[in-house]
Write a protein that binds this ligand. Structure first.
Ligand code: SRM
Ligand code: SF4
Length: 571
């Protein structure tokens, strides 16, 4: 291929998306956010600021349950923001937790903390008048919400693996370092939210560039055999390779992502591609190379095809790999074999090799709130008051009370028991997940978080009546095809189509390395239950010993496996 042909593949010419203009004209993410904050006529943000606040970790939302009623009353929607904190690897101290807990109760309209499946938490329902004090509170306790949304590198995930504590510590430190390394350098966040004076000429973005990335970008650090971070949902993944108990380097996997648009065959979920092994010391160089390639080559004319997965498909693996080597100065070697065998969290107590105890608490859909039945939020706060270790949020929306010494174990356990935090949960429930969806998500098409608990009760009954009550199927619900609930990597995935209606996908595998294919389109709950019932009965009767549901439906020909998603996902 000559240079001209190559360039026409690498850089897409054409009319840029309006989001590119917004970034270009934002003066490094400032826009007129400050003026908007002072505007008392509306509870929301206007013009470009609506998008710009996302770079500062906030989304403007309104409660969709009451939207129609407010319109009827000729009222503006009740605007508020959802704030997403930056928490690489999900680690949070007990002091930080208590401050967040108090804030959620006193300053948000929903009163909850929502653990996300990217190891952090969201606070929904912060009114405009309270936004600045929220950022000041976060700053005081050593946290921020910088770059947790929009076209930047998002919260970095790393395996929650309390057992192998030393390796884990190292990987966690790296997650923090990478997160800092890839942060926007603009001082806009400090100026707008923390009243820090403008420092002239510091707005240089050596890595992200003046118009930042073409689209969101996601990174994981994985310690095999655990794939609890669901690496294939991410743009850039580092798989830790350990020899003689020493971390020697990483296998590099690039180009995962789960979103699609209903009916749009130019969009598809994709698993990440293996690019080879490189030594530990080069991780920042390789990360910088990959992210700057995506910055330069990602499609800025079409946000639906702007993610790394599409860039790789467009330019090809060979060219992408050569460019990584050229930009990083690292020769990628043949990958070192590794195995993945789990995705779920180990709920309950576990002892690490550092002799400390770790208690993983199951939190349904990550929603931490008190109700008349259960004082979940209070219980965790009570633990935070006495716990001398730290908390860790998992990529399965659960929380680990980490680093408990032997003599404190009973104290923590009695609080957990008192507040019902250690109730008996079925394996099926532990391995199921839903995205937020209604009422806060503006993109939701069907219920997810509010749908899953009762739906699971029905699935649990079906499992029991077929004699497989002790087993589980990785089951996930996502309220729209953006795929936040990672249903595309489930053995059974429901993807919201309209209120009460979903596409049913099956055939993903237990460890999250295969995309699930659509089995039935646009069906309601009764139809879903009927299909799943028959499938589970078939699996229970005819599967080999230890054969997982996702593998079974493929072996017996109920569904064809997705082998190369870019080509065969829509077949
Ligand atoms: Fe997500 C947008 C919630 C993980 C793919 N996601 C949204 C928004 C912000 C809606 C919006 O744009 O206005 C949702 C806010 C709902 C609310 O009210 O809280 C939202 N996403 C979530 C969370 C909270 C789901 C959860 O239940 O845990 C997760 C927050 C993660 C975090 O802490 O950073 C979340 N989102 C994901 C994942 C899974 C993952 O990252 O492992 C995906 C699929 C993986 C991927 O990126 O391919 C995901 N979210 C999206 C997309 C589609 C992006 C795309 O490639 O097209 C959108 C829409 C968009 O960006 O345009 C989106
Ligand atoms: Fe909202 Fe859709 Fe994401 Fe669910 S999958 S949180 S409905 S954007």
């Amino acid at each position: 291929m000559n240079e001209k042909d190559l360039n026409s593949i690498l850089i897409i010419k054409g009319k840029l998306e309006d989001a590119e203009r917004v970034k270009e004209q934002s003066n490094y993410l400032r826009g007129t956010i400050v003026q908007d904050l002072e505007n008392e006529i509306t509870g929301g943000f206007t013009g470009d600021n609506f998008l710009l606040i996302r770079f500062h970790g906030m989304y403007q939302q309104d409660n969709r349950d009451i939207r129609a009623e407010r319109i009827k009353q000729k009222l503006e929607p009740l605007h508020s923001v959802m704030l997403r904190c930056r928490l690489p690897g999900g680690v949070i101290t007990t002091e930080q937790w208590l401050a967040i807990d108090n804030f959620a109760s006193t300053k948000t309209t929903y009163g909850s903390i929502r653990l996300t499946n990217r190891q952090t938490f969201q606070l929904h329902g912060i009114l405009k008048k309270n936004i600045k004090s929220t950022h000041k509170m976060l700053h005081q306790i050593g946290l921020d919400s910088l770059a947790t949304a929009n076209d930047v590198n998002r919260n970095i995930l790393c395996t929650s693996n309390p057992l192998e504590s030393n390796l884990h510590k190292k990987i966690f430190e790296l997650a923090k370092k990478l997160s800092e390394h890839l942060l926007p350098r603009t001082k806009a966040y400090a100026e707008i939210w923390l009243d820090k004076n403008k420092i002239v000429n510091t707005d240089i973005e050596p890595i992200l560039g003046k118009t930042y990335l073409p689209r969101k970008f996601k990174i994981t650090l994985v310690i095999p055999p655990h794939n609890d971070v669901d690496l294939h949902a991410n743009d850039l993944n580092f798989i830790a390779i350990v020899k003689n108990e020493k971390l020697i380097g990483f296998n590099l996997l690039i180009g995962g992502g789960l979103s699609l648009e209903h009916g749009n065959k130019n969009t598809y979920p994709r698993t990440a591609t293996d690019f080879g092994f490189f030594p530990y010391a080069k991780v920042l160089d390789v990360a910088t190379a990959v992210i700057t390639i995506q910055r330069d080559w990602g499609d800025r004319t079409n946000r639906k095809n702007a993610k790394t997965k599409y860039t790789i498909e467009r330019v090809g693996i060979k060219i992408f790999k050569k460019e990584i080597e050229s930009r990083s100065g690292v020769k990628l070697q043949k990958s070192i074999p590794y195995q993945l065998n789990t995705r779920g969290d180990r709920i309950g107590w576990i002892k690490g090799i550092d002799k400390k105890w770790h208690l993983t608490l199951f939190i349904q859909n990550g929603r931490i709130i008190d109700s008349q039945k259960c004082f979940l939020k209070k219980g965790i706060a009570e633990i935070a008051k006495v716990h001398q270790g730290y908390f860790r949020i998992t990529a399965n929306q659960n929380i680990i009370i980490a680093g408990v010494s032997e003599n404190k174990k009973n104290d923590i356990e009695s609080i957990a028991l008192k507040y019902g935090l250690m109730a008996n949960i079925s394996s099926q429930r532990k391995n199921s997940m839903a995205c937020v969806s209604f009422p806060t998500c503006p993109l939701a098409m069907a219920e997810a978080e509010r749908f899953l608990p009762n739906f699971l009760t029905k699935i649990e009954k079906i499992m029991q009546s077929n004699g497989v009550g002790e087993k589980y199927i990785v089951l996930r619900v996502t309220g729209c095809p953006n795929g936040c609930g990672r249903a595309m990597l489930a053995e059974i995935g429901l993807v919201g189509k309209a209120l009460g209606r979903y596409n049913l996908h099956i055939g993903g595998n237990r460890i999250g390395t295969r995309i699930a294919r659509m089995y039935r389109e646009n069906i309601n709950e009764i139809e879903i239950i009927s299909h799943i019932s028959k499938l589970i009965e078939h699996w229970a009767k005819e599967s080999y010993e230890e054969e997982d549901f996702g593998d079974f439906v493929i072996r017996v020909g109920i569904i064809k496996p997705v082998l190369d998603p870019a080509k065969d996902f829509w077949e």
